[in-house]
Design a protein around this ligand. Structure first.
Ligand code: TXA
Ligand code: MG
Length: 342
């Protein structure tokens, strides 16, 4: 299969790409589309055969459920069997946007989407392209991130092609993703509501609208775990082992690397506050100090490290603040996959 790539950077190209994507989706095919968080691998959420194809293309275990993308509150309500007051409040505050709500599923949602479970994850994405495709199709789109299982999510069309070229008929280029890491996932199907996956809509922003969450502000988010397979520490990792460290000087960083048995000359260092000279390291990448800008840049930098064949990635630790919680989570997961640096 050859993968067609369509641009959407003029009204005409946008319209043509919407029509091409919708035509393929109506045929039960799987296409890669931009969202504001990361690129998604989309299929008709109401078509079990199309959904199974998503798992095939990604190499993802069928037990890990998909997020269903909608383009209106009505469409969201059609996907669930209960729409509590908290869902209405969160949706009105944060949709369209990088927030996913887990709720009891409607009968119309096939078990293929939900990993066989009786809840469904719903999100109304903010990117105008996927919104236009959903409205054109008039059905919701099941879409995981458009990467192979356990790899870094794509934030550009190039990242999608690097992993899925030849496996899907179409990728639409909607530019670099504005958010850059995956949406915050909240479980509203149980009491009290819990954050299943932190993201850029963080606990402090959610607390005023979610009293249950607010009452336990110090609850470690990973502790409220395994209802969501995305919580297992094996996602979002670049090919090279990742270590998260803090240092006061390049010498201090070198000391720590040697203690770990790692060669500084093998280390790609990704720093945002204490930025060392390239000196003894393989490379030094500067990330933004601001969490919103940092999230936007993180995966692209990891993809570049992969392309350069980095052997070890050293991440400077990020602040323990809720605005950084989604980023800290992705760094921990990437580190969890790491084999000892050599
Ligand atoms: O930003 C995003 O959320 C991106 C874009 C494409 O929308 N999508 C994304 O999908 O990250 P994916 O499949 O890579 O991650 C979905 C996460 C997984 O951690 C999954 O376990 C969780 O959502 N999830 C999906 N349905 C669930 C459910 N019914 N209950 C609990 N967790 C669920
Ligand atoms: Mg993913």
């Amino acid at each position: 299969m050859t993968t067609q790539r369509l641009e959407a950077d003029s009204p005409e190209k946008f319209r043509r790409a919407v029509e091409a994507a919708a035509a393929l989706l109506r045929q039960g095919q799987v296409v890669a589309l931009p969202t504001e968080t990361v690129y998604g691998l989309a299929a008709n959420a109401l078509d079990p055969v199309a959904v199974r194809r998503v798992y095939e293309v990604k190499g993802r275990p069928a037990s890990n459920p998909l997020i269903v993308h909608v383009a209106s509150l009505e469409m969201a309500r059609d996907c669930v069997s209960a729409w509590p007051e908290t869902a209405e409040r969160l949706a009105r505050a944060f949709w369209p946007g990088p927030l996913t709500l887990v709720l009891p599923k409607a009968d119309s949602i096939p078990p293929e989407v939900t990993g066989g479970g009786n809840t469904v994850a719903i999100r109304w994405p903010a990117h105008p392209f996927i919104q236009a495709v959903i409205l054109e199709c008039q059905f919701p789109l099941a879409a995981p991130s458009a990467n192979l299982a356990n790899r870094v999510s794509p934030t550009t069309a190039e990242h999608v092609l690097a992993q899925l070229n030849g496996r899907i008929p179409l990728v639409v280029d909607g530019g670099p993703c504005a958010v850059g890491i995956e949406s915050t996932v909240i479980d509203l199907a149980r009491q009290p509501p819990r954050i299943l996956r932190p993201g850029m809509i963080h606990a402090e922003a959610l607390a005023p609208l979610l009293p249950g969450l607010g009452q336990a502000p110090h609850m470690p988010l990973e502790a409220c775990a395994p209802a969501s397979p995305g919580l297992f520490p094996k996602h979002y990792a670049p090919a090279a082992p990742v270590r998260v460290l803090s240092w006061t000087s390049p010498e201090h960083l070198c000391q720590q690397l040697r203690k770990l048995g790692a060669d500084p000359a093998a280390a790609h260092v990704l720093a945002h506050t204490t930025i060392p000279q390239k000196g003894p390291f393989a490379d030094v990448w500067v990330l933004p100090r601001d969490p919103v800008a940092y999230a936007r840049a993180l995966y692209a930098t990891w993809h570049r490290c992969d392309q350069q064949g980095a052997r070890l990635i050293i991440m400077e630790a990020v602040p323990e603040e809720s605005a950084w919680a989604g980023i800290a989570d992705r760094l921990r997961r990437a580190e969890g996959l790491a084999s000892p640096p050599a």
